[in-house]
Ligand binder design. Structure first.
Ligand SMILES: *[C@@H]1O[C@H](CO)[C@@H](O)[C@H](O)[C@H]1NC(C)=O
Ligand SMILES: *[C@@H]1O[C@H](CO)[C@@H](O)[C@H](O)[C@H]1NC(C)=O
Ligand SMILES: *[C@@H]1O[C@H](CO)[C@@H](O)[C@H](O)[C@H]1NC(C)=O
Ligand SMILES: *[C@@H]1O[C@H](CO)[C@@H](O)[C@H](O)[C@H]1NC(C)=O
Ligand SMILES: *[C@@H]1O[C@H](CO)[C@@H](O)[C@H](O)[C@H]1NC(C)=O
Ligand SMILES: *[C@@H]1O[C@H](CO)[C@@H](O)[C@H](O)[C@H]1NC(C)=O
Length: 427
């Protein structure tokens, strides 16, 4: 027996603490283990380890936002109680897209690991046709490492990195297929918002929305070595939704991604402009800049490469009010594989002019065995290794269904709108 375990005592709060090793073991097995987990994190804060090796029910909101140099060793299972009305009323609101969460994890020096599982009981929400809380959120935190964790059945996004910096998720396994085998919607793998120096690496994701989504003000982000199945792709955006607000996505490397049975592959989405200074459906400004998608393998992806600078905005609105979100310095290196449309494999539709877009090593083919590439308002086509034609269609779904909308080429006297003439065929 290890010497420090002799010093364990059981507290009335439901966890045991070993003073020498600063280890807090949470007993679990109650109808709500949230308070005991919170107490353990408080006691073992500042250098200790909270051990979660049993099955725990999380039935009330956990707000552990003042963590400092603490480890959470999850080898057991955390289960979210499936109380739809409780979480809807009492989840922590996140001031972004009506998202709320069951658990805010904030502070500095946080290490979560152990091979255990967070089962967020999503079946209850899926069956009710509604969305629920994000299981946990990295919230106003810095220096965070989450590794070797499984998450199943998320009722909404699996992970949200919110106003945080230096956050790494490594070796994470996400699976939100419904018990009946169908795809659970809105189950983004990760969303990143107002955060910098974020890495998502070496992970396996089966879900029903964006595999990884970079929301406004995501900078210096690495997304590497992911297998994504059933998703809506790796997305920059959407950005530019709120008039008067500046959104920035900058310095992003997305590398070695396998994207299987997905709606999109490498995707950038920005709202169009708006006539209204108070619009909540476009008109925001900002930029998406210095983004590289490299070694991106597609297997049955509806549209492998998508730039949509008129996202959820009508064609006529975009024609009068082009997007105020600049998209430039975007690079595609070795994007390969298969689309599920007959021929269309690339759709880059800008409402303003998108500059400095390059592609090398592109090898994409539609189900017919040939390929078409659509570009609108791309500043220069000379650095693309595929021949663009005008005005394609875009997969423009943020919801459950796949919709196709037609776009037309913008003509403007003030900007150069460059499109080449005809499509080509590859074998
Ligand atoms: C998650 O919990 C649900 C019940 O809430 C259960 O049906 C399902 O099997 C669990 N999933 C895993 C992988 O443990
Ligand atoms: C980033 O966080 C990790 C812990 O995950 C830490 O080891 C590292 O020192 C941090 N880097 C910086 C620059 O603070
Ligand atoms: C690419 O990512 C996959 C996981 O999807 C991993 O198995 C493989 O080792 C990675 N390749 C390289 C060269 O890192
Ligand atoms: C993004 O950052 C810019 C520059 O700091 C700031 O002006 C803007 O308000 C931020 N946007 C959001 C959505 O936080
Ligand atoms: C562009 O982004 C990459 C990360 O993908 C970064 O390493 C590089 O320094 C950035 N370039 C500039 C000019 O900031
Ligand atoms: C692209 O793929 C080709 C063939 O697999 C390889 O030779 C080349 O080094 C890759 N380029 C980059 C920049 O990774």
């Amino acid at each position: 027996m290890a010497p420090f375990s002799i010093l364990k005592f059981v507290s009335i709060l439901g966890f045991a603490v070993s003073a020498l090793a600063a280890t807090c073991e949470v007993a679990g097995g109650t109808s709500d283990d949230g308070p005991a987990i919170a107490a353990a994190l408080s006691t073992c804060n500042n250098g200790g380890t909270v051990v979660l090796d049993k099955t725990y029910t999380l039935a009330t909101v956990l707000q552990t936002t003042a963590l400092n140099n603490v480890a959470i060793q999850l080898t057991g299972t955390i289960k979210l109680s499936p109380e739809i009305s409780y979480w809807k009323a009492s989840g922590v609101q996140l001031t972004y897209q009506s998202a709320y969460t069951a658990w805010t994890i904030g502070g500095s020096g946080i290490h979560i690991y152990g091979g255990g599982t967070f089962n967020a009981s999503g079946d209850t929400w899926y069956a009710a046709g509604t969305t629920g809380p994000i299981p946990w959120v990295i919230y106003n935190a810095k220096n965070v490492l989450v590794e070797n964790i499984n998450m199943v059945q998320s009722p909404f996004w699996h992970n949200f990195i919110y106003q945080s910096s230096n956050v790494t998720f490594n070796n994470i396994n996400l699976n939100s297929i419904q018990t009946d085998g169908s795809q659970a919607q809105n189950t983004d793998g990760w969303d990143i918002y107002r955060s910098s120096n974020v890495a998502i690496t070496n992970s396996h994701i089966i879900n029903g929305d964006d595999c990884v989504s970079l929301k406004p003000n995501s900078t210096n982000v690495l997304v590497q070595n992911l297998y994504c199945q059933g998703s809506h792709g790796i997305s920059m955006g959407s950005v530019g939704q709120y008039a008067g607000v500046q959104d920035i996505i900058q310095n992003v490397l997305v590398k070695n991604i396998t994207m299987v049975n997905a709606e999109n592959g490498a995707r950038i989405k920005a709202f169009g402009g708006s006539s209204s200074s108070t619009s909540t459906t476009g008109g925001g400004n900002g930029y998406v800049q210095n983004i590289t998608f490299q070694d991106f393998k597609c297997d049955a992806v509806t549209l492998p490469i998508v730039i949509d600078q008129c996202y959820e905005t009508s064609t006529s609105t975009c024609a009068s009010y082009p997007s105020k979100v600049l998209i430039n310095d975007i690079h595609y290196i070795n994007v390969t594989g298969t689309g599920t449309k007959s021929k269309e494999v690339v759709s880059m539709v800008c409402s303003d002019v998108c500059e400095d877009i390059t592609a090398v090593g592109t090898s994409l083919v539609g189900t017919s065995g040939s390929s078409e590439y659509y570009c609108t308002n791309i500043g220069s086509l000379t650095s693309l290794d595929f021949p663009c034609s005008v005005a394609g269609s875009v997969v423009s779904s943020s919801k459950s269904s796949t919709t196709t909308k037609k776009t037309t080429t913008k003509t403007t006297t003030t900007k150069t709108s460059t499109t080449s003439t005809k499509t080509t065929t590859t074998t």
